[in-house]
Structures are given as C-alpha cells and as structure tokens.
Write a protein that binds this ligand. Structure first.
Ligand code: KIV
Length: 280
C-alpha cells in the first residue's frame, strides 16, 4: 500500500557515493555525524545530514569502554539496524556508513569480505569503513570488487591506539606525511569512495584532498577537506570532561538533561507530578 510517507521518501534524493563525488566536484561541503541509535538517527536525517556514520566510537560513547577495540560485528549490526530504521522513519535521505570493528577485516581479505557482507545484508546500511592504508588495501579491494562501497580512514586510527601509544596529532613528520599521501592514493586506486582524515595537520589534509579525486572527510584535520565528521555526542555536549580542540560544541546537553532530571526528581518528591491534567 502506498502512503504519503512512501511518496515523500521516493521524492527525496538518497545521498549516494556518486552524489558525494559530485559534491566534491562542485566544492559543496559534505556533513557527517555519528549515530548508534534510532532516535538520534531520525533527528539527524530530518535535519538534513548527508552521511551517518555508525562509528565504532559506540564502544566508547555508548558502552563506556576506554578504546574502540572491544566492539564486535554483532554489536555494530545491532546499532546499525536501529540507525537504518531511524533514517527510514525520517526523510530516508542520509547515506549510512558502518565501521568494521577491530579484527573483522585484518585476518584475511576473505574474512573482511564475509564480515562486510554480513553487515550489509543484516542491516540495510549503504557502505562500510575500514581503518589503515597499505595494510588494509587487499581487504578494501576485495570488498569493493563485489560492489560494497568502502570508506577509508587515515591519520589517527583509533583501532591502532596501542601501537601509537597516544591520541596525539599524526603525520607531523615528513616520513609519516609521505606515508599518508601514498596510503590515500592506494585507497583511491583500491576503489574507496571517500577517506576520513583524523587528527592530521591542516596543510597536509588540504594537499591530499586536492591530489585525490574522491571526497575527504576531516575530523581534527582543518577545513580544507571536502567534508567534516564529528562524534554526535561530542558536538552535542554530552561529555563535560572531553574538550579536544577539534570539537565545536553546538549544544550543552549534559547540563540541559541534568537540569531536566533534577526538576523531575524534585516534582516527584514534592508529589506535584503528575497533576490532574497529566492523569486519566
Ligand atoms: O568511530 C568513529 O566515530 C569514527 C569517527 C571519529 C570518524 O571513526
């Protein structure tokens, strides 16, 4: 049965890999935010976000782990299903990209393909994201060869945090910068449709953005990238203890929610909630 909503969905142009490429060519900036649940995904899509990343940052933000390493394929599938439903119940416009978790694509390109296939088949998402350059190229190629779009991720790659030893800015040395330039080229050649640059110098991000034909999405990489991504909980101010330079806080939900909850507790304790109009 065709409903008003179905018609609206059909009219709304879906953001696709092709559209992102066209946006780069037209110098239109691409907006990306994370989401791990139905409610926020619905709000983000209704607000007009281009891409929703179901990031493995869910491991930190949603589950309270110190790193992204513990999150599993099953957990990413669980989060992504909720996000897909949220977008479907909104404008149905945003492209949904899912992080492939640590050790779901590193063992072999066959294993990478199997896990990427599972994520696509079991969630309804549109693409996957993998971290790393040279070492991930076989997996990226194998996954893109069957038609699954892959987003790359270079610079600070949180799945390698124990190798780096810190969350400091990456690619500051000439050697590391050169490596990143080469990795970006390799990802492009392997068929990646976009690359996230996390915490690298602004000048380097700008240089690589101009040297590749695919869109680059920055987080802590300056405004020379083709788009920007932030963890939605950071930009909404859910965490008062996290103040990295690259996060702009667009709201202060920690204090808004805290005040609302305190007011609720007060009203319950005073016996003034619910009142007669809030009762049956
Ligand atoms: O997991 C995530 O949220 C990410 C972004 C920080 C790019 O990978």
């Amino acid at each position: 049965m065709s409903t008003q909503l179905d018609k609206k969905k059909l009219q709304a142009p879906q953001v696709t890999t092709r559209k992102l490429l066209e946006m780069k060519e037209r110098h239109e900036k691409i907006s990306v935010l994370t989401s791990y649940d139905y409610t926020l995904a619905r709000i983000l899509d209704n607000a007009g976000i281009d891409v929703i990343l179901v990031g493995d940052s869910a491991s930190n933000v949603f589950s309270g782990n110190e790193t992204t390493l513990p999150i599993t394929v099953e957990e990413m599938i669980y989060h992504t299903r909720a996000v897909v439903k949220g977008v479907q119940d909104a404008k149905g416009r945003a492209m949904i990209v899912v992080d492939m978790p640590f050790m779901s694509y590193q063992l072999s390109s066959e294993d990478a393909l199997r896990n990427a296939g599972r994520i696509m088949k079991e969630t309804g998402a549109h693409a996957v994201k993998v971290e790393g350059g040279k070492g991930s190229i076989k997996a990226v190629k194998r996954i893109t060869d069957v038609g699954i779009p892959v987003m790359g991720h270079l610079g600070l790659t949180p799945q390698s945090i124990y190798k780096f030893g810190s969350y400091k800015v990456r690619a500051k040395s000439d050697r590391e910068a050169q490596e990143l330039i080469e990795d970006a080229k390799l990802l492009e050649e392997a068929g990646a449709f976009a690359i996230v640059f996390e915490k690298i110098p602004k000048g380097l991000a700008e240089e690589v953005t101009q040297s590749v034909t695919i869109p680059t999405i920055g987080i802590g990489a300056g405004n020379g990238c083709d788009g920007q991504v932030l963890v939605v909980h950071d930009m909404l101010g859910f965490n008062t203890d996290f103040h990295p330079r690259f996060v702009r806080k667009y709201a202060n939900l920690d204090s808004i929610i805290c005040t609302a909850v305190k007011n609720y507790i007060h009203d319950v304790r005073q016996g003034v909630f619910p009142n007669d109009t809030e009762s049956y």
